[in-house]
Design a protein around this ligand. Structure first.
Ligand SMILES: NC(=O)c1ccc[n+]([C@@H]2O[C@H](COP(=O)([O-])OP(=O)(O)OC[C@H]3O[C@@H](n4cnc5c(N)ncnc54)[C@H](O)[C@@H]3O)[C@@H](O)[C@H]2O)c1
Length: 258
């Protein structure tokens, strides 16, 4: 990572985003947390400060372009540059058959998972182009690569995010801006437990059966940890990964191999 880097991490108040924000701080970045989870972001600020780096939390609702604009403006006022953008925030969307998904649920999922990363990139790209340096990491999903029944809105956004990643990488490579996607498999934690609960409810299976089915999809028979994602994100923002761009890299304990 280049020295004195500033990173913007969306949804850094908990889960994968919190782990990424802390990992980037360990590598020497100051961090701007952009999300709606104010209590969680305060906690992340403390974790980052205890790594000796600066951090601010900015209330940012990715559904609203003006909210993203204002947070990026504040980030620039505070830190002068933005070197890293991690589009991490995302919602699971509904678990339902396609015809049962409401228009509002569809729009909500697209708004957070796809329009949000576009808004953030739209705001940081002029800064990164001017400084001839940038690292963008989009947190997609293995569901961006293969079907996940009952989750059409989510799958559409994550597959869309991979297309966005590749196209943007092609567009901005000449400015020394790398754009990559990480595709996590099921990450252990509260979010995936909620997803398993919903699936159990909608399919009539038990929670344990749903969880076991997810684990058995991995050749290692396990889910992944949020730190696995964070370490790859930090690598993609480091000097060691300079010639890796436009990729969608799985961290799925082998669950998906393409
Ligand atoms: N957990 C998994 O198993 C898993 C698997 C594959 C991909 N992912 C992806 O990883 C990313 C992080 O997931 P997580 O497991 O940490 O989820 P999480 O629910 O714990 O965290 C999501 C974050 O996004 C934020 N967020 C939600 N709506 C927002 C909005 N409108 N504006 C700003 N921020 C908003 C939340 O406040 C939260 O901080 C997501 O994009 C998710 O799709 C997760």
């Amino acid at each position: 990572m280049r020295s004195d880097s500033t990173a913007v991490v969306t949804g850094g108040g908990r889960g994968i985003g919190q782990a990424i924000a802390v990992e980037l701080a360990k590598d020497g970045a100051d961090v701007v947390l952009a999300g709606i989870d104010e209590g969680g972001m305060e906690e992340t600020v403390s974790l980052i400060e205890s790594e000796g780096q600066r951090a601010i939390d900015q209330y940012t609702d990715l559904k609203h372009y003006e909210s993203v604009q204002s947070s990026i403006d504040t980030a620039l006022e505070e830190f002068e540059s933005i070197d890293i953008l991690v589009n991490n925030a995302g919602i699971a969307g509904p678990t339902a058959s396609c015809e049962e998904v409401s228009v509002e649920e569809w729009d909500d999922t697209i708004d957070v998972n796809l329009r949000g990363p576009f808004f953030a990139c739209k705001e940081v790209l002029p800064v990164m182009k001017a400084q001839q340096y940038g690292r963008i990491v989009n947190v997609a999903s293995v569901t961006g690569k293969r079907p996940l029944e009952q989750r059409t809105p989510y799958a559409a956004t994550k597959m869309g995010l991979i297309g966005f990643t590749r196209t943007l990488a092609a567009e901005v490579g000449e400015y020394n801006i790398n754009v990559n996607a990480i595709c996590p498999g099921s990450v252990d934690g509260p979010r995936i437990r909620r997803v398993f609960e919903q699936k159990a409810e909608s399919t009539g299976q038990s929670y344990e059966d749903v969880r076991q089915a997810a684990e058995s999809e991995s050749p290692r028979g396990e889910l992944v940890e949020r730190e696995d994602i964070a370490e790859l994100a930090a690598f993609l923002c480091s000097d060691e990964s300079e010639r890796i761009t436009g990729q969608d890299l799985n961290v799925s304990a082998g669950k998906v191999m393409y």
